[in-house]
Design a binder for this molecule. Structure first.
Ligand SMILES: C[S@@+](CC[C@H](N)C(=O)[O-])C[C@H]1O[C@@H](n2cnc3c(N)ncnc32)[C@H](O)[C@@H]1O
Length: 297
């Protein structure tokens, strides 16, 4: 069950006909509940484009794939089904809880050919030396906005690849603008300004994704594919849940760090609820960039 669905339930009419609105405190508690739930929703919403990109990169049965920053492993398990038991998926993340979840899910699905590795994606030579030069495809989705040294990830990935192997990246571009609501919402604009500031405050560049094609070329990879997808969401559609889920995920930290007030948070959630009632409302989601870099023989 997603955080969004739970939020909706708490807005349902209470006995006696009164509507109970979720307070910001409730939203905060829900948000803390489970990042992996949000990642599961994101995977479901963007899985089709991941599969198309894997097809374009030619991921085949028997391949060795490295899933960098795999999280709870939603993509990892799809990849494991594609490469089959003759292949291997190495799933690397710095978060042991995600790797534990992945282990449980992979065993339940009898995906024995998933190797879980706890480590820093910026130090692949250190943690994955035994796989150097043996990997067909390195996949990294929604990873690059987090570690401070993206170029180190690209250099490490290049080392892991066989000649002819490919680094396949999917990430949101123009995160600073984030989701644009129509009708326009000042509260949403304030949220994105604060989110941008919170990234920068943590010495991270929220627009680092724009730099990746250049970094690939500078690392000696050839850009084999570069494209983006823009999606719109209307109230009631599955995609409509996602921006709210993002808000609930990031809001608590932003309130705790003083980048937003609880009043801002309440206004944001209220403006979202108001938009959801308008039959002409829509949300422009951040474009998802597809990027493939090939290591020429
Ligand atoms: C937004 S999640 C994306 C998860 C997954 N790739 C997916 O598509 O669902 C980002 C993941 O990157 C991981 N991560 C961030 N920095 C990392 C680093 N330096 N090394 C390894 N993993 C990292 C986080 O722990 C988290 O699981």
């Amino acid at each position: 069950m997603t955080a969004t669905i739970r939020a909706r339930k708490s807005s349902e009419p209470a006995a006696g006909g009164q509507t109970v609105r979720p307070s910001v405190a409730q939203a905060v508690a829900k948000a803390a509940a489970d990042e992996s739930v949000r990642l599961g929703l994101e995977h479901r919403l963007w899985a089709a484009s991941a599969h198309l990109l894997w097809e374009r990169a030619g991921v085949h049965p028997g391949d060795v794939v490295l899933d960098l920053g795999c999280g709870p492993g939603h993509a990892t398990m799809d990849l494991a089904q594609i490469v089959g038991p003759e292949g291997l998926v190495i799933a690397l993340d710095e978060n042991p809880n995600f790797l534990k979840q992945l282990g449980e899910q992979a065993s339940a699905r009898r995906l024995e050919h998933v190797e879980r590795v706890l480590g820093d994606a910026q130090d692949l030579a250190g943690v994955l030396a035994h796989h150097e030069g043996k990997v067909d495809v390195v996949f990294a989705r929604w990873l690059f906005a987090y570690p401070p040294r993206p170029r180190a990830i690209i250099d490490g990935a290049r080392k892991m690849l066989k000649p002819g192997g490919q680094l396949v990246i999917q990430d949101f571009v123009n995160l600073r603008r984030g989701t644009t609501m129509v009708p326009r919402s000042e509260a949403m604009d304030r949220f994105h300004t604060a989110l941008d500031a919170s990234f920068r405050g943590a010495q991270r560049d929220p627009d680092v994704i724009e730099q990746l094609p250049r970094m690939l070329v500078e690392a000696g990879l050839t850009i084999a594919h570069l494209d983006s997808h823009q999606r719109l969401a209307r109230p009631g559609e599955p995609l409509w849940h996602w921006p709210r889920c993002m808000i609930e995920g990031f809001l608590p930290g932003m309130i705790a760090s003083g980048q937003m007030t609880t009043g801002d948070g309440a206004a944001l959630l209220a403006s979202w609820d108001e938009s959801a009632k308008l039959p002409y409302a829509f949300a422009c989601l951040p474009p998802l960039m597809d990027l493939i870099g090939r290591k020429d023989a």
